[in-house]
Design a protein around this ligand. Structure first.
Ligand code: MRU
Length: 369
């Protein structure tokens, strides 16, 4: 995606790799929309921390970060003993897999790299191959998002008003985005759309990241308070809802996504508004059999009790909003049951949630996942 920095527009990927310094390069998303900065992680542990601390966030982006972090970790091994190399590989895998629990993309990314690694190669050969595989994963992420755009764009007619939640845009992937892909494709085809962006408390990914992206792309949009969604739907001001997913169950069609997604799906059903979810294949979990088994990340209470922002003097600051003595509960995600979802937009086409399983071959299910 093109980003305008200091008056100049140039293409960026959310996640990239510097082979010379063996560093994963990330857009520092916690600073957006006020500051655009690229940071490098010096080793796989720092890459894991960047995922945990949400320098990089969004299922696809943390999947690609884990893929590069896995390659980064393998490349840093300097011994000659294959057994030690394997033990080191397990540590790198575990560190990156545990960085955030809900999105399945990091685990899927590393598992698919692991099965493709040619174990007959020397350690140096496997280290080189790991980076090739990480690049391939990142490129596939971009390709999948472009395909989501192709399949989803026909749903977006001229004049439609769309509601989206959180950030399932290019910042949540390597490029393009999932929920935003059809929006961008329809917009580039000349259709006039208006996007209502849920603020997405407590971290405000909608107000900060999605709004910034849509502004960069020139898509008409307004930020709404999370609580305004029902009101707008009731007044007939929303034609379609589209969101991304952190984990979609291939067996049931249930979708884990940012907290508040479930509420929007219930409201959409009440008002007979189509509710779509857009996903690349790396977001599908073919193992779990119930949405209630998806691990839901519980985040720090300070995110609920206050907010980060930029002061009038230009300083980034955290402001406590809530009553000083009160505590907070902060689940990061919720699960939308399949029956509330109109369709799941995938790189292989649009499916009813319950039909994912019978189309599992087309949707890339392999025995290793
Ligand atoms: O906590 P975040 O910002 O990583 O949550 C991101 C979301 O919930 C997105 O909607 C989701 O990852 C789908 S788009 C990849």
């Amino acid at each position: 995606m093109n980003v305008k920095v200091a008056g100049r527009s140039r293409p960026y990927r959310t996640v990239a790799f510097n082979a010379e310094s063996n560093a994963v390069q990330l857009i520092e998303q916690r600073l957006l929309p006020h500051t655009f900065e690229i940071v490098g992680t010096k080793d796989f542990r720092a890459t894991g921390r960047a995922i945990t601390d949400m320098i990089v966030r969004g299922a696809g982006a943390i999947g690609a970060t884990a893929a590069y972090g896995f390659a980064q970790g393998l490349r840093a091994f300097s011994g000659k003993d294959p057994a030690k190399f394997n033990t080191h590989e397990d540590l790198v895998f575990k560190t990156l897999a545990e960085a955030r629990p809900t999105a399945v993309d990091p685990v899927n990314a590393m598992l698919s790299m692991r099965t493709k690694l040619d174990r007959s190669l020397t350690i140096a050969g496997q280290q080189a191959q790991a980076l090739v595989l990480a690049h391939a994963f990142a490129d596939e992420d971009v390709q999948h998002c472009l395909e989501l755009g192709e399949h989803g764009a026909p749903l977006f007619k001229d004049g439609m008003r769309i509601l989206t939640h959180c950030n399932a845009g290019w910042l949540a992937f390597v490029d393009v985005g999932s929920a935003t892909a059809p929006i961008y494709a329809a917009h580039h085809a000349g259709r006039k759309l208006h996007v209502f962006v849920s603020e997405t408390r407590p971290r405000s990914q909608g107000a900060t990241l999605t709004a910034w992206e849509l502004a960069q792309e020139g898509v008409s949009h307004e930020i709404i308070a999370d609580n305004a969604a029902g009101h707008l739907m009731q007044r007939g001001e929303v034609d379609l809802v589209i969101v991304g997913s952190d984990r979609t169950l291939g067996r049931t069609g249930d979708v884990a996504n940012k907290i508040g997604t479930y509420t929007r799906a219930v409201l959409a059903q009440r008002h007979k508004i189509p509710f779509y979810v857009a996903i690349p294949l790396s977001t599908i979990d073919w193992n779990l059999t119930s949405g209630l088994d998806i691990p839901i990340e519980e985040r720090h209470q300070d995110e609920v009790l206050g907010a980060w922002g930029k002061t009038r003097k230009g300083q980034r600051e955290y402001i406590r909003v809530a009553n000083p003595g009160s505590r907070a509960r902060n689940p990061g995600f919720d699960v939308t049951p399949a029956e509330l979802i109109t369709g799941i937009i995938t790189p292989a086409g649009i499916f009813k949630p319950k039909d994912l399983w019978k189309n599992r071959k087309r949707l890339g299910m392999t025995s290793n996942i």
